[in-house]
Design a protein around this ligand. Structure first.
Ligand SMILES: Cc1cc2nc3c(=O)[nH]c(=O)nc-3n(C[C@H](O)[C@H](O)[C@H](O)COP(=O)(O)OP(=O)(O)OC[C@H]3O[C@@H](n4cnc5c(N)ncnc54)[C@H](O)[C@@H]3O)c2cc1C
Length: 410
């Protein structure tokens, strides 16, 4: 039997971020069913471009993870939201929010590699690669590792094993699954003009088209639509698809001169766990809440969860030092975590759901309302400020961090 302070199951973006963010005096075990070479070689390109909001950038900076990412990111200085066949437009700008950017785009393989490099050097982490999870109960994890059955124990177990979470199942936690009957097509187009660092979200009559600025005058394209529509797009040649994207998006970015030969497809659904803790186990990342990528919120929400959980662990409970807090008061740590995070998560999950249902409806009056809504939003300063703050992930904890940073800089 091996004992640790914390066991993390799943070495994806959520698991590795929290492993990097937790204090170095905690002994951590990381379990993943993938083999070691998955984590020591350059991660496979899966087409995903992660739009990190400004709040996430601040969090990654606090965890000292941002410097490795920064050179590979593309800032978004403006977000432009429009609707096909209507004049309604909303623009959010970094300038009106007094920030250098509203967010940053990073390719998912770059993010994963930075997290893998950081955690590979941490002496407080024991890795269990190619490991099969057999059982998970209260403080104990049973695994098969190198053909041997092992028992690992810890006071806090973090289940970050993704949307199809085996941990969730073993803990008997139910979830609500919504299949939007949509797919996402992901590719890149090259611009003729210089990259203006503007992200576009265009609501089409039958889906959404997001264009995200990337390095070298490329734009990432995320086209979400009904499964049959995406299947039809899948059959198009590269030139035909390029023409179709140009037709739907228009010429705001000039003419697209090239398209990537690689395309990626993702089914769109959401999976929300009905509860996120059981005994001393907590679900984190997609195992707790898989969201539709329509609003680019999935990993951003997870970073806010991690920032909160690490913050509570660091400050301990009832002023008990961290090590002791983790030893004795894990229930209190998780209780505090849920009190702070559940309602914040519900708000984001609700917003994403509304976007998926309202904006994908081609119903005429709804389309008109949306158009009016977008124009009014552009005119209403207060509304815009609220939308900007929510888009940028400016939560009360981030506001506190910004104030502390301001004080540190004087
Ligand atoms: C098309 C698309 C675009 C997106 N765009 C954005 C965006 O712009 N902004 C944003 O914030 N988010 C975005 N997201 C969401 C984001 O990618 C995810 O929320 C995030 O990567 C999930 O990380 P995770 O670590 O929770 O899960 P995963 O990445 O799935 O990691 C789970 C880990 O657990 C391991 N594992 C699984 N089962 C077991 C087991 N039984 N035993 C041991 N290990 C196991 C896996 O090997 C893996 O390493 C997007 C998602 C998609 C699909």
């Amino acid at each position: 039997m091996q004992h640790f302070d914390i066991i993390i199951i799943g070495a994806g973006n959520a698991g590795l971020t929290i492993a990097a963010a937790l204090p170095a005096n905690l002994q951590i075990a990381i379990i993943d069913h993938k083999p070691e070479n998955t984590f020591s070689t350059i991660p496979k390109i899966d087409g995903r471009k992660i739009a990190l909001n400004y709040g996430s950038k601040l969090i990654l900076d606090e965890f000292n993870l941002w410097p490795a990412l920064a050179p590979h990111t593309t800032p978004i200085t403006q977000v432009h939201i429009s609707q096909q066949g209507s004049f309604g437009i909303t623009r959010l700008t970094a300038e009106e929010n007094n920030t250098p950017a509203l967010g940053y785009i990073v390719a998912t393989e770059i993010l994963s590699q930075a997290l893998q490099t950081q955690t590979a050097t941490q002496k407080n982490i024991t890795w269990f690669y190619s490991t099969t999870l057999l059982n998970l109960e209260s403080t104990t994890v049973n695994v098969q590792h190198e053909d041997i059955n092992k028992t690992l124990t810890a006071k806090l177990i973090i289940a970050a094993d993704g949307a199809k979470s085996n941990c969730r199942q073993l803990l008997g936690i139910e979830c609500v699954t919504t299949d939007y009957q949509q797919n996402a097509l992901i590719t890149r187009v090259k611009l003729k003009i210089k990259n203006p660092n503007i992200a576009y979200e265009r609501f089409l009559r039958d889906g959404t088209l997001a264009l995200l600025p990337m390095q070298d005058d490329y734009y990432g394209v995320v086209w979400m639509a009904a499964t049959e529509k995406i299947a039809a797009l899948q059959k198009l040649s590269d030139n035909e698809l390029l023409a179709e994207i140009q037709k739907k998006f228009g010429y705001r970015l000039g003419r697209f001169i090239d398209i990537d030969m690689q395309r990626f497809y993702y089914p769109i659904h959401s999976i929300i766990a009905k509860t996120q803790t059981k005994d001393n186990c907590v679900l984190l990342g997609d195992s707790a809440h898989l969201l539709s990528p329509v609003a680019a919120q999935g990993f951003n929400l997870t970073l806010q969860d991690i920032y909160c959980l690490v913050g509570i662990c660091k400050s301990g409970t009832r002023n008990v030092p961290l090590q002791q807090a983790v030893e004795e008061n894990y229930e209190e740590i998780l209780e505090k975590y849920l009190v702070e995070r559940l309602s914040a998560q519900q708000q984001v999950i609700g917003n994403v759901n509304r976007l998926m249902t309202t904006f994908s409806s081609p119903h005429f009056p709804l389309a008109q309302l949306r158009s009016a809504g977008l124009t009014l939003l552009d005119l209403s300063i207060k509304n815009k400020k609220n939308i900007s703050e929510s888009f940028m992930g400016i939560t009360p904890r981030i506001q506190k961090l910004l104030r502390e940073k301001h004080v540190r800089s004087i």
